[in-house]
Write a protein that binds this ligand. Structure first.
Ligand SMILES: NC(=O)C1=CN([C@@H]2O[C@H](COP(=O)(O)OP(=O)(O)OC[C@H]3O[C@@H](n4cnc5c(N)ncnc54)[C@H](O)[C@@H]3O)[C@@H](O)[C@H]2O)[C@@H](O)CC1
Ligand SMILES: Nc1ncnc2c1ncn2[C@@H]1O[C@H](COP(=O)(O)OP(=O)(O)O)[C@@H](O)[C@H]1O
Length: 300
């Protein structure tokens, strides 16, 4: 297996430390953005909730979650700080998009008509986006299956050729190798054989920043490619990616650039996982176990 990872730069630790200076004493929540998490189709409420909690714990000023109505009571019971909104159609989502300064779409989004309506509405805005999980799978469908309903919905939302217009400077795509294989119309084996090349391919194809997750996550920006040197096998558990998308969204909400939010989000996520694994071991590590060490790292 080729690795070629020596061509990837390390994430700039000094810049991260500088970025985590203490907050101004007169800071208020309006200074730190309003993140909107869109996801949690039936059966996958937890993914949206974990993204929302991670986003809030990263320091976003306000966090709303647009999700299925049946999840609302559970969300409020567990984390009342999150504004859980019942959204059944694209029309319901519009007022929330007007309030948001950044959107994280995908955790538990599913691939139903509801999911497609949510993605179409989000892609029609100019907001900075973190695109994860099923939102990536739907993007892949838009690009490669021209005649299905999703492609049609996207074309209507974007008023043009979906594949050509599915490029933005202000989004961060966070695929794992399975999702990356769908986005690039290749196999996970091919991705594993040359992760660096495929991370670059993702960035070139979709613009913005591409994070190719997995051991040694790669962050491909327009200027350079970075590699995370932290992380551990305890992270191979459901929900870890959902937490990452929330962390990156939380950094974007606080004004980090897409490049910095992606690099620092990946770094903080993996570092928090290393602290948690060192304390209690890798096996049995849960995504929400990262939230406490994450907070410590965010306040050096
Ligand atoms: N508690 C929850 O509600 C959870 C919901 N989830 C949601 O479930 C939906 C489906 O996501 P999944 O990721 O499970 O399904 P996928 O089918 O997208 O991905 C799973 C497959 O991707 C490949 N893959 C992933 N990481 C890889 C790596 N590092 N190297 C090689 N191959 C790799 C493997 O073939 C794996 O079986 C998403 O919307 C997601 O957000 C998951 O995040 C798990 C937790
Ligand atoms: N063996 C590993 N070493 C380092 N990081 C890992 C490992 N396995 C998983 N991860 C990290 O955990 C996260 C898993 O994300 P993802 O597969 O999207 O999870 P989920 O869909 O369940 O939320 C990614 O950030 C990935 O880089």
């Amino acid at each position: 297996m080729k690795t070629q990872t020596s061509l990837a730069l390390p994430i700039d630790q000094r810049k991260l430390r500088l970025a985590l200076r203490p907050r101004a004493r007169d800071a208020h929540k309006g200074d730190f953005g309003h993140a909107l998490i869109v996801g949690g189709d039936k059966g996958m409420a937890g993914a949206a909730l974990m993204a929302g909690e991670a986003c809030a714990r990263t320091g976003a000023g306000k966090v709303s979650i647009a999700t299925r109505s049946e999840h609302i009571p559970a969300f409020i019971a567990r984390t009342p700080e999150l504004m859980a909104r019942s959204v059944e159609s694209a029309d319901d989502l519009m007022p929330l998009l007007t309030m948001a300064t950044v959107v994280v779409i995908g955790p538990g989004l599913g691939q139903t008509d509801w999911s497609k309506a949510m993605l179409g509405a989000v892609l029609a805005t100019d907001l900075p986006l973190v695109v994860d999980a099923d939102a990536l799978n739907l993007l892949a469908l838009m690009c490669y299956r021209d005649n299905n309903d999703t492609a049609q919905a996207a074309k209507e939302a974007l008023a043009g050729d979906a594949c050509v217009q599915l490029q933005r400077d202000n989004w961060i795509l966070t695929p794992h190798p399975g999702e990356a294989s769908r986005l690039l119309n290749t196999s996970t084996r091919q991705i594993a054989e040359d992760r660096l090349q495929h991370a670059q391919d993702l960035q070139q194809r979709f613009q913005g920043v591409a994070v190719l997750k997995g051991k040694g996550s790669l962050i491909a920006t327009p200027e350079a490619i970075y590699q995370c040197r932290r992380g551990n096998a305890g992270m191979a558990s459901g929900g870890m990616g959902d937490v990452l998308s929330g962390i990156i969204g939380g950094l974007l909400a606080q004004g980090f650039s897409v490049n910095d939010a992606a690099c620092f989000g990946v770094e903080l996520h993996a570092h928090a996982a290393d602290i948690a694994a060192k304390r209690d071991g890798e096996r049995g590590l849960l995504a929400t176990d990262l939230l406490s060490p994450l907070r410590t790292l965010l306040n050096p």
